[in-house]
Unconditional design. Structure first.
Length: 109
């Protein structure tokens, strides 16, 4: 989840043109479909919010809070290092929360 936090913060500091370029690059990537969709949704949130620093900060804070809530709800999991079903569903939970945040951004901003 730390990597996801870093992505949230990094995207929050990008200009709209950088976000659009990043979106184009992410669209061309292969790999985990859910992770790709998550990053694309984050980029879309920041593009929609615009370049106003206060609005960007609010969106980033909401995303970081969503990540924290997912971590709290899934608990620490096992210590064996193998992904449990709960850990695997964590990414999906974050995705659902971020989609909700994106929808809220459309309504509130």
């Amino acid at each position: 989840m730390d990597a996801l936090r870093n992505i949230v913060v990094a995207l929050a500091t990008m200009s709209e043109s950088q976000l659009r370029e990043a979106r184009h690059k992410v669209e061309g990537m292969s790999g985990d479909r859910h992770a790709k969709e998550l990053v694309l949704n984050l980029i879309d949130v920041y593009i929609h919010v615009g370049e106003d620093p206060q609005r960007r900060a609010k969106a980033a804070a909401a995303c970081l809070l969503a990540i924290d809530e997912v971590e709290k709800s899934r608990g620490s999991g096992g210590s064996s290092g193998t992904p449990s079903p709960v850990k695997r569903s964590g990414c999906a939970s974050v995705l659902i929360l971020l989609i909700a945040i994106a929808a809220g951004a459309w309504l509130c901003f």
